[in-house]
Design a protein around this ligand. Sequence first.
Ligand SMILES: Nc1nc2c(ncn2[C@@H]2O[C@H](COP(=O)(O)OP(=O)(O)OP(=O)(O)O)[C@@H](O)[C@H]2O)c(=O)[nH]1
Ligand SMILES: [Mg+2]
Length: 466
Amino acid sequence: MNFSDTIAAIATPYGAGGIGVIRISGPEARNIALRILTPLSQNGFRSHHLYHGTVISPENHQALDDVLFTFFEGPHSFTGEDTLEINCHGGPLILETVLEAALRAGARPAENGEFTRRAYLNNRLDLAQAEAVNDLITARTRQGAVFALERLEGGLSRKINELSGDLLDLLARIEVSIDFSAEDGVEEEAADHLSEINRIINTVDSLAATYRQGKIERTGFRLVIAGRPNAGKSSLLNRLLGEKRAIVASQPGTTRDFIEEATDIGGIPVRLTDTAGLRPPTDEIEKEGIDFLWEKLDQADGVLYLVDGSRKATAEDIDLFGRIYTIPDKPLLLVLNKSDLPALMDEKSLGPAPDAGAFPPVVRISAKYGDGIENLAVAIRRLALNSNSGDTPSAVIAHAHQRASLEKAKESLQRAREGLSGDAGMPPEIVALEIREALDSIGEITGKTSNEEILDHIFSRFCIGK
Ligand SMILES: Nc1nc2c(ncn2[C@@H]2O[C@H](COP(=O)(O)OP(=O)(O)OP(=O)(O)O)[C@@H](O)[C@H]2O)c(=O)[nH]1
Ligand SMILES: [Mg+2]
């Protein structure tokens, strides 16, 4: 792709709106402005000033729209290039017409994310910030938007740069010790290096661990509600959504298909799935529904197992709970429903936990009357974030490739640590090499060491006009 020509795109979503924005960026932006705009004041236009004017056809000067426009002279613009923004009337036809005029006047259509990519190439943003632009646009909850804004403002980049700085310091010290290895104090020095590298590994680790929260804030937590027929699963779905979405009936086996809805629970975007009650199926439709459940459980990020606490536990209850409990790596919440009725079972009725220490958290609710729903929201949030406190860390990563880079850095650092401990008989030159590799891996997050392919992949997720 050529990044030195001039690009244009409609920057607002398709459809009718109060205003729609055309963005033009590149060396020809000023000339294009002169060709397609006639400001109502005749003394030209200054950078960063809003003007009222008319868009005209570059060939026959026919008026196309009455607009407000701003010219941003590079490098003081989002992209770092000369940029023109035209606020048109927000009709799709008008916007297409004005865009075509800009194209005929010397621009070419922008690719997805190309404005942001140019901002990155012109050092207006680093890669972590550029990705945060998209995360902010696509944020689904306030907390997700807060994290994205924090990354956009450089929170993650500062953390990464701090880490790189610490690694560079350590590298310098190790390289000095290579030159003066025969002198005294070598052992204390080695111990210092070792404790420093341990500290850095811990920092890398805790940053990598924020991925779960970052990803959930970005893409949502898939929570499946499972349980025996009549436990109140559909009642709970309706309660959590705040609307009557699923049929509730006293007849067991009411829900046969699965029902999926997205909602915000405790600041987390949650995709809830209500499923058919688990029991030996009575017909083919019910069998299909129950097969779906196992498929949905497979894809889920977590499971809410709901039981009717006003009934005595049966062998079936114990068996089913055991089956769900033993699915590996599937965070589980046990919810006892119908707390408005006398309790005839508790979590102990569901059999001894295979590993008593790790029994899932238990919440009592009444899906029908709403008791305990706030506690349940807190428990769902903790389950999603996999933390007991539900605290929010300062810098959060949100993309798999960011985590992969941190993991790679950690592996290099672990090898360097082995070398530093002296057991591996690794020469200090190799230790230094491993630290350099870790630096490269960490640099991928801010784009210091990224290649074209990674950049193509990242920016292709953006919309056109951003
Ligand atoms: N007293 C009381 N009844 C409840 C509560 N939650 C649900 N019920 C009742 O339990 C019955 C079953 O509720 P559903 O929500 O349809 O149960 P389900 O788990 O979706 O059932 P299936 O779709 O058949 O698997 C209905 O009569 C509900 O009114 C509750 O908290 N208290
Ligand atoms: Mg149901």
